[in-house]
Each structure stands twice: as structure tokens, then as C-alpha cells.
Design a protein around this ligand. Sequence first.
Ligand code: GDP
Length: 424
Amino acid sequence: MANSAIVGINWGDEGKGRMVDLLTDHFDVVVRYQGGGNAGHTVVNELGKFALHLLPSGIFRKGVVNILGNGVALDPENLWKEIEDVTSQGVPITPENLKISDRASLLLPWHRELDGLEEARLADKKYGSTKQGIAPFYSDKYQKKTILAGELLYPEHLREHLKDLMEWKNLTLTRVYGAKPVTMEDLEVWIDVFCNKIKPFICDTGAFLRKAQADGKSVLFEAQLGALRDLDYGIYPYTTSSNAIAAYAPVGSGLPSAKIDEVIGVVKAYSTCVGEGPFVCEMFGEEAEELRKAGFEYGAKTGRPRRVGPIDIVATRYGIHVQAATNVALTKLDVLSYLDKIPICTHYTIDGQLTDEFPFPSLLNDAKPVIEYMDGWKCDISGVRNWEDLPEAARKYVEFIEQNIDCHIGYVSVGPERDSIIIR
Ligand code: GDP
């Protein structure tokens, strides 16, 4: 059966979790392939409202197997807390419906601390990290200085490996940052309280996925963040530290041979961005505050107010091209219902030159948005389920975006609930 990926086209928070929750109905397996607990996917369904950080958004569907692939930053502490939180809301999580790759690397206790220490050192030049340890984790992974989840199954080997890593990391903690060293006693508590809890979920998920594909099962790959935060293709250095784009899904999932038949790119009907870095179409003042309130744009993990702006056609087309998106889900169209005129960023100017190409990151600070306006529809559209029933101005807005981003918009979302969707 066909495989699909659901990816973010912009800066993240586009509503990917909501789309995965909707579409998992058609899939047997859902895999998170990169990132960690540093962002949140909000899902609203008949079981309640959930802020997922690391768990795949297919966790609510009976019969769907959810996998945390080798590409994720597996934080045993936060994952265990999330499992407890979601199960306390009546969602069963067992080794049957959640499997953790034995090749996923562990985010270690010092990674979060190092993230905070480095942001503090950078002071007003900070990256705007969520301080979940993601950057120190991925740099250590590429230095081969983390632990694989599968090592938890071999306790003696694990302790020896951890001790070596701890001695090495304490040099950085104490000599570079003047912080307290980590002790083996600290690590024993961490193993006992968190790592041992997630052990039953760890297995060879690569073998599981290969068998699933051989048996004709379909796989949905779930991304975190969006193309503009991708380490290689985003607004470096204000990116995340992993590859969020669809092309990485096979590698980070444990099924490197996978063919992805459909890439569904999630785009918000306006723009939001959390943290530091260039954001060309940013709105300020009252106009921004109104949009932020209308869309409830506050980070799921940190509660930080998100920066907001009109939809950015230049950035969106780029996010679609670098992921070869075959279909777009446009979310939160209902949020724009209060506006008389809807702004759209159609181009940038850089040094007075008009461009519709997304520029090299260093040029983004000099880029100015070119804004056009379309008529608003000024009525509640959250109950609309058919394309023809949308007000003409709303249809024109969606069609304008579609014509300018080189991709069909197959889904229009008009509310956070599972069924608040128009399928075109
Ligand atoms: P993700 O990380 O890409 O999954 O996105 P987030 O969960 O951070 O942000 C999306 C937010 O918008 C969540 O609170 C969703 O419940 C909400 N949401 C998603 N789609 C819609 C929509 O069409 N309309 C409205 N009003 N809210 C939506």
C-alpha cells in the first residue's frame, strides 16, 4: 500500500499533528523520524485535547502501530512523563501500539543542562532554543558520543559506556561552563526512574517496518517542525539540529529503502514563527496581537507568544519545492474570518530588487516583504464541510495561494477538531 509523509512547509506549528490524527485512519503504521520533545503537536479528538511532544500522533487510533525511529532525539525522562500523561487521559499505550527503535540515540541528562548553559553564555545573541537539549544531543550523536536505546537492554555494557561519556562530558561542564559535574549516582537514578520504564517498548523497529511493508501495510511518516527549520535547507543557524524535510523520512524512520508516494505539506493560512531569527513577513503592534489572539498562537511546549505575519508565498513555495510536496493541507483558515482585508506576502525586495526566490539565509535580514491584500469573508466558516459552501472570498483566497505555490491544496482545515476539514 501507499506510503505518505506529513511534513511542515514553513517554520513549524502548521497543524501537522491535527492532519496526522485525521489521516491515520488510512494507515497501519505511523513513524516519527526526527526531532525531539522540543516542539508540540496539538491534537483534539473525541478522547480530549492533547499536546504531544515526542509520541507519534497516531497513538489515538486503535490498531495503528506508532514508532519512534532512529532519527529522533529520544529523551527517556520526557517520553516517560508524556506516556504517563497521555495514558492518564484514557489512551492505552503498550508495546503493541508504541515501539521505540533500538537504534534511536538517547538524549542524556546533561544535554538539557548544556543547552541552557550555552544560551545563557550567548546572552543577547541566543538562538531562542527551547532548552530541551536538542542541539547538544545532535552534535554528540554525530560525534558518536551518545547511547543507543538498545543499549538499555544490556545493563553492564550500558554503565561502562555511560561512565566513559560522563567523564568526557564533565570536562565540558566543569571547565567550559564552570558547572557541577554529573555523577554515576545521578545517572543510576535516571536509569532507574526513567530508562527502565521505557525498556519494554524498545525493539528492532527496522525489522518490524520491513515486514510491515512486505505484508502490504502502509506507513505514514510524521515530521516535526518545518522546512525552514531544517538543518541543511532552513534559515541556518536559526534552524533545528535535525533534518525535518520529507527526504529524510526513510533514513530517520528505520526504513531507508522506503518509497514515499505522497508528501502532504501542511501550511497555515498565515505565518507563525517561534524563537529568534529572520522572519521577513513579520507583523508588529496591534495588528500582530489581534492575529495572535485569534489563532491562539502561543507555543505548545513553552507557552511563548509566537511571532505572526501574513502567509508568505515566497517561503511557502520554497518549503514545497524542497520537499516535493504532492498535496497541501491549508490549516486555520477560520482564524482569518475577522479580517476585512487579508494581507499576503507575495514577494520580497532585497536592495530594491524584487524577487520570488527564497534567498540565502544571510540575505534574509535585508529582505522586505511585498504585501498584497484580498477581500475577507467576515463570517464564521468553522462549520463548513464542503468547498462549495465556503464564501466566495475564502475560496478566492485559497485559490490565489494554490496558484502561487505550485501545489494542489487538497485539504482546507477550518477548526482544530478532527472533522473540521474540507476535502477538495
Ligand atoms: P504542529 O506542531 O504542526 O502539529 O502544530 P501545533 O499543534 O503546534 O499548532 C497547531 C494548533 O492549531 C493546534 O493548537 C491545533 O489544535 C490548532 N489547529 C489546527 N488546525 C486548525 C484549524 O484549522 N483551525 C483552528 N482554529 N485551529 C487549528
